[in-house]
Design a protein around this ligand. Structure first.
Ligand SMILES: Nc1ncnc2c1ncn2[C@@H]1O[C@H](COP(=O)(O)OP(=O)(O)O)[C@@H](O)[C@H]1O
Ligand code: SF4
Ligand SMILES: [Mg+2]
Length: 313
């Protein structure tokens, strides 16, 4: 398999809060958020992988490690087959772009579109800027002198995508790129993303809390729960026959026409400061067994899909 990124047993711990002088003087132990735990995964070149999970499951953390915005606490990361260290970050950054959920805050509101589009290139290249804007359905002459505040949410997100595209990256990390938009705008943006992925042979990691969005464009689906990968494999297989109880609940809770809001599986997402023992989903799982509370299920391959669950093990 030709992979652009590979993660091997990656952990990411954040300091839960900044330690004050008093805490340091009292030598209180620092408290960590276990955002990502033993995460092993590969991202296939030229494919769309959807990273799915509720808020707080560690999706953005994975995107930020890929974008070299965060360092892993431990474990190994390989980019195009080579083990990554921080000295490789400038080279890696040339090959990728990231699009955030809320473009209104990720784009400088005082810059003109022509400047915003030139920023990733380091200089103004009219042909490249025009081509990228055209790919997202915008006319260079119409938007070049505008500022983000003069554009609609959907237009701003198109600019953010065009901006991600302008340096011709291999990989685009899309972090909830349609979550802030209304339904019709979401569909338009998804269609644009599908078109440019094919046109420019891009690799996407598409981060979303909504598994139904994944079905439009994902080749592969990876399901995260509380910092752990719980199911990973071909999108068709996972959508038609989810094996992990958490994935089953995510699919059941997808909004219907009459209820637009996603109702998350019942129960609270567990604390990542003191994660549950055994299977992290055991506090909410309808099929919980005694073993689940004690022992952590390993990821095993069943019917071409990796699953971490003691059921049918
Ligand atoms: N800079 C940070 N400092 C402390 N905790 C953080 C930081 N960034 C993320 N976290 C915590 O790490 C966990 C995973 O966050 P994140 O990767 O943003 O999840 P998601 O994108 O799935 O919502 C959450 O509990 C979040 O509060
Ligand atoms: S291991 Fe147990 S608690 Fe975890 S998902 Fe499977 S059945 Fe549920
Ligand atoms: Mg996030």
């Amino acid at each position: 398999m030709n992979e652009i990124y590979r993660f091997e047993s990656v952990k990411k711990y954040y300091l839960a809060s900044r330690r004050g002088l008093l805490e340091m003087a009292l030598r209180k132990k620092p408290v960590y958020v276990h955002a990502l735990e033993d995460f092993s995964f590969s991202l296939e070149t030229g494919k769309v992988t959807a990273m799915v999970g509720e808020s707080g499951s560690g999706k953005t953390t994975i995107g930020k490690i890929m974008a070299t915005i965060e360092n892993p606490t431990s474990g190994s990361v390989y980019f195009k087959g080579t083990k990554v260290s921080s000295k490789d970050y400038p080279r890696i950054r040339k090959d990728l772009s990231m699009v955030f959920q809320n473009p209104a805050t990720s784009l400088n509101p005082r810059m003109r579109i022509s400047e915003l589009m030139s920023e990733p290139l380091g200089n103004f290249d009219k042909d490249k800027v025009e081509e990228s804007l055209q790919s997202v359905g915008l006319s260079f002459d119409e938007v070049r002198n505008k500022q983000p505040k003069e554009l609609s949410g959907g237009q701003i997100q198109r600019i953010a995508i065009a901006r991600a595209l302008v340096k011709h990256p291999d990989l685009i990390i899309l972090d909830e790129p349609t979550s802030a938009l209304d339904e019709s705008m979401q569909a338009q943006i998804l269609n644009i993303l599908i078109d440019i992925q094919e046109q420019f042979h891009l690799t996407y990691i598409f981060i979303t809390h909504n598994i139904s969005v994944a079905k439009y464009l994902a080749d592969t689906i990876s399901v995260l729960y509380a910092g752990k990968l719980v199911e990973n494999g071909p999108a068709q297989k996972i959508l038609s026959a989810p094996q992990h109880p958490y994935t089953q609940l995510l699919i059941k809770s997808v909004p219907t026409v009459s209820s637009r809001e996603i109702s998350a599986p019942t129960g609270d997402v567990p604390s990542l400061i003191n994660p549950p023992t055994g299977c992290r989903f055991h506090t909410r799982c309808p099929f919980v067994m005694e073993k689940c509370r004690q022992e952590e299920p390993p990821l095993v391959v069943r019917d071409e899909v990796e699953v971490a669950c003691w059921l049918d093990a």
